[in-house]
Design a protein around this ligand. Structure first.
Ligand code: 2RA
Length: 337
């Protein structure tokens, strides 16, 4: 069986990655419809050797579409996802628009693919935030085995999470430095080259950023457990692709480092990279372009009874967005088509 698929936001960084992932995973496509804003209409994009023309993202652009992948920002998802669903498509939305809506499933296929069942309410499935996805892929086997009481997370996030302009900004600042010229900041409030910004998305009343609270709220929704204590610090670092995360876990019952390694070595979507004696540990430069979530630096947190530390690295544009969205589509068609 083949499906008619639309990509809303087809010319953006994640939209382009969705196209790449659909090809790499040989998703069964009958028609692929590329949708974007006015300024991109008419652009030609190659897909499986075919030249496709970008069409206007509008309410009536979804006639005959089975699956609509959205990555065009929250407002466009709010404007157009209901119309796509009304036209009979199932919408898989990468924006933050519907993630915390109690009637909309928020899905990481390796973690809670059962939640896809709730797509029937509104025809929309939400893709979690990139930093949440990679962490939960690593945590899921530990959660199932010994339960999780508390998480303390620090993230080191690539500039591609902000978008194409941020990639250009880091590149131009590094070049300016090399030529001893002044580095200019416009996408970010401060210089990002050779710097770390503890500021991703906007600040909230409680002193946290939206990015940090996404990790708290999305984790509790996906794990279906509001009792897990979670605190996060999200930091932008001068890396192009690949988010890195230090995850401290307090488990409900004891688990050894050896048991964690055994679990992760067999966990779906995970690649164990944990051999510090031979300088082998997850690095952003090794995850870029690949589908796996790399986990290493596994060690006991001896400051509490049941503590484990992990270092988790994954390509924020692939597993953090485009790959997870396509895997939701794969899981959806496997269960419901
Ligand atoms: C970021 N997770 O990294 C956010 C959105 N992609 O900027």
């Amino acid at each position: 069986q083949k499906f008619n698929v639309a990509i809303a936001g087809a010319t953006g960084a994640v939209g382009g990655a969705m196209l790449d992932v659909l090809q790499r995973r040989n998703f069964p496509i009958n028609e692929l419809r590329l949708l974007a804003s006015e300024r991109s209409v008419g652009k030609k994009i190659n897909f499986r050797g075919q030249e496709l023309e970008v069409q206007l993202l509008s309410k009536d652009a979804f006639e005959g579409i089975d699956i609509a992948l959205f990555s065009a920002g929250a407002q466009r998802s709010l404007d157009f996802a209901p119309a796509a669903a009304a036209a009979g498509a199932v919408v898989i939305d990468n924006s933050s628009a519907y993630r915390m809506d109690p009637e909309i499933p928020l899905v990481v296929p390796e973690v809670n693919s059962h939640a896809i069942a709730a797509h029937s309410k509104h025809g929309i499935i939400a893709n979690p935030n990139c930093s949440t996805i990679q962490m939960l892929v690593a945590l899921k086997p530990i959660l199932d085995k010994v339960g999780i009481k508390r998480l303390v997370i620090s993230t080191y996030q690539a500039v591609s999470g902000t978008g194409a302009k941020a990639i250009e900004e880091l590149d131009s600042q590094v070049k300016a430095y090399a030529e001893t010229k002044e580095m200019k900041a416009s996408v970010y409030p401060h210089q990002i080259a050779f710097n770390c910004l503890p500021h991703i998305d906007s600040f909230l009343e409680n002193g946290y950023t939206k990015e940090e609270m996404k990790m708290v709220n999305e984790t509790r929704k996906i794990f279906e457990d509001n009792t897990i204590g979670i605190t996060a610090t999200a930091v932008r670092v001068p890396v192009f692709y690949g988010h890195s995360e230090a995850v401290n876990i307090e488990t409900k019952s004891k688990i050894t480092v050896a048991e964690v390694k055994e679990l992760l070595a067999n966990a779906p979507g995970v690649k164990l990279v944990d051999d510090p004696a031979n300088l082998k540990y997850p690095m952003a430069i090794d995850c870029a372009g690949n589908f796996e979530t790399l986990v290493g630096r596994i060690r006991e947190d001896e400051s509490i009874d049941n503590g484990i530390n992990l270092w988790v690295v994954s390509d924020n544009i692939l597993k953090g967005a485009a790959l997870n969205a396509v895997q939701i589509a794969e899981s959806f068609v496997a269960q419901y088509k």
